[in-house]
Design a protein around this ligand. Structure first.
Ligand code: NAP
Length: 521
């Protein structure tokens, strides 16, 4: 069996003591073990700071962009192996695996291009300067410089490649070294990605470290200029927020947590229209892709009472065509959940929803499985619920991180839809499907205060729509409230977390000379 190691202080190191197991979620076979016990995390962070910071910060944005492009290419060169590992350790179908692995390489490549465009600058200049007194000589500017610390990334189990890359791309381009900690249970892909990058020697020493296994006392060593970016459950987020590195020493923290994403069907949409079909397709994709284990997946489906029958019928009809089972088999759309504990969590969530609503497709069981001839594996076939009352608490209070969603009937009034969406206490993304600018606008603006991103689906963009589930590097990812209150990506905005915004005030010509060396945006 493979024994995984961590890459810290410039070398691969094995932990001691009891190891955590990584399994194949289809067969429950143990694939690998890993432990971090005994690894000196304080030394690991010190090494990243002393070696990684100067190595990255002596480079300009274009040079850092080149590193990102080299990293993207090195990962892409091992694409087939990584796709297989995502299936083996994450239960991904080939499509699910591509979503993760290609998402990683394309995000790195996107930020490589951003770096290229910023050229020889090493810092950013924020907007226009401002006159500070009656005299035009006394001037003010704002600049962003790289933080003088290490970026610690703690990631969720569902995107072991993309989660690592999307955070690292912004940190490296900003000029911060990265210590990345994937979720242990599905860390095989992250482990291999780091191995590839270290072997290819595309990054300077200290720019990348890997903690493969428990975080141990890592976070207790965070210093004032470090940045902690976390993706995972709100319960873990609570613990990380209360750590001394954050509360006493002022390390920055960004949280991407739970989200009960909503999709609202506009009252103008006719069954059978392109927009209606897009709505059905995107709800089904989110319920099935990665077995519903996507932070951005649609969980609450708001449908006007007038077209409830048609929407229910179309969704159920599509769900009947989705095959659950062996993710290596062509045509299977839903693989297993990633771990036994995820399956248990999802089963509990399904029971809560069953008690409060009505299951109209599926029941939370394995269902009929394609090419699975044993009773092992963490399978659950998709479940669609329908609530009689859109306000029912269970639907808005708990994220069920699996292949399930709930239809919520509403009157068709945009302001009512927005109010119902707000019951989720803050989300990553919400969608409205409508061809009526008035309806789409009212719903979108009404939902915006509760969500980090709004996806507007309509006939005009139906053939191009990537849906709400895909997180794009050009747009911000993150949301208020339950979703953690964080923000990642969004082009240059994604660098802000890893940089210090500092105000400058002084003699205008002097400031002009200084800021001319930066990249003004
Ligand atoms: P989790 O249990 O909170 O774990 C997330 C990460 O935190 C893992 O790497 C885990 O490591 C680590 N961790 C747990 N306890 C820790 C501690 N005390 N100190 C330091 N690190 C600790 O979440 P998950 O089960 O992986 O992910 C599922 C949840 O993540 C869902 O609720 C989902 O909504 C959310 N999610 C959000 C987004 C988003 O972008 N907003 C994306 C994906 C998932 P170990 O694995 O070693 O325990």
């Amino acid at each position: 069996m493979q024994q995984l190691q961590s890459y810290v202080s410039g070398k691969w190191q094995a932990g001691q003591g009891k190891a955590a197991q990584l399994k194949n979620p289809v067969t429950e076979e143990v694939l690998a073990e890993t432990s971090t016990q005994g690894i000196d995390f304080q030394a690991a962070l010190a090494h990243a700071r002393t070696k990684g910071i100067p190595a990255l910060q002596e480079l300009n944005f274009a040079e850092r962009g080149k590193l990102l492009m080299a990293a993207s290419k090195a990962i892409h060169a091992q694409r087939d192996e990584l796709l297989s590992l995502a299936t083996l350790n994450g239960g991904n179908t080939r499509g699910d695996a591509k979503f993760d692995v290609d998402g990683a390489t394309s995000t790195l490549a996107y930020y490589a291009k951003v770096g290229e465009r910023m050229g020889e600058a090493k810092f950013l200049v924020d907007g226009e300067g401002v006159q500070l007194s009656r005299s035009p000589r006394y001037w003010g500017e704002h600049i962003y410089v790289p933080r003088a610390g290490v970026a610690v990334h703690v990631n969720a189990f569902n995107f072991p490649a993309w989660g690592l890359a999307e955070k690292a791309a912004c940190a490296w381009l900003a000029g911060m070294p990265v210590v990345t900690k994937p979720a242990t249970a599905t860390s095989l892909v992250s482990y291999r990605v780091v191995q590839i990058l270290i072997e290819a020697q595309v990054l300077p020493e200290g720019a990348l470290s890997l903690i493969c296994g428990s975080a141990g006392d890592l976070l207790s060593h965070l210093d004032p200029f470090d940045a902690l970016a976390f993706t995972g459950s709100s319960v873990t987020a609570g613990k990380l927020r209360s750590g001394e590195g954050v509360t006493l020493r002022g390390a920055r923290i960004n949280v991407e947590a739970d989200s009960l994403n909503a999709a609202v069907l506009g009252r103008d949409v006719q069954p059978g229209s392109d927009t209606f079909d897009l709505f059905v397709q995107e709800v089904i994709r989110d319920m099935t892709q990665k077995a519903g284990q996507k932070c951005t997946a649609i969980r609450r489906v708001l449908v006007p009472v007038e077209i409830l029958d048609a929407a229910r019928e179309a969704l159920v009809e599509e769900l009947k065509a989705q095959r659950t089972g062996n993710p290596t088999v062509r045509g299977v759309r839903v693989g297993p959940l990633a771990t036994e504990s995820q399956l248990e969590d999802v089963r509990e969530g399904v029971e809560r929803l069953k008690a409060a609503t009505k299951a109209i497709h599926g029941d939370g069981s394995r269902g009929e499985l394609t090419e699975i001839d044993h009773d092992k594996g963490y399978f659950m076939s998709p479940v669609l619920f329908e609530a009689a009352d859109a306000g029912v608490e269970a639907v808005h209070a708990h994220e069920v991180f699996g292949p399930c969603a709930t239809i919520l009937p509403y009157s068709g009034d945009p302001s009512e839809a927005a109010k119902i969406v707000g019951l989720g206490q803050g989300g990553l993304v919400a969608s409205v499907y409508s061809d009526d600018a008035q309806v789409a606008g009212e719903v979108a603006l009404g939902m915006a205060p509760f969500n980090g991103r709004i996806n507007i689906g309509s006939a005009k963009i139906a053939s191009e729509s990537l849906g709400p589930g895909a997180v794009l590097p050009q747009l911000v990812h993150g949301g208020p409230g339950r979703a953690g209150g964080g923000e990642e990506l969004g082009g240059l905005r994604g660098l802000g977390f890893y940089m210090q915004r500092t105000a400058l005030q002084g003699y205008k010509p002097l400031l002009e000379k200084l800021t001319s060396q930066g990249h003004r945006f």
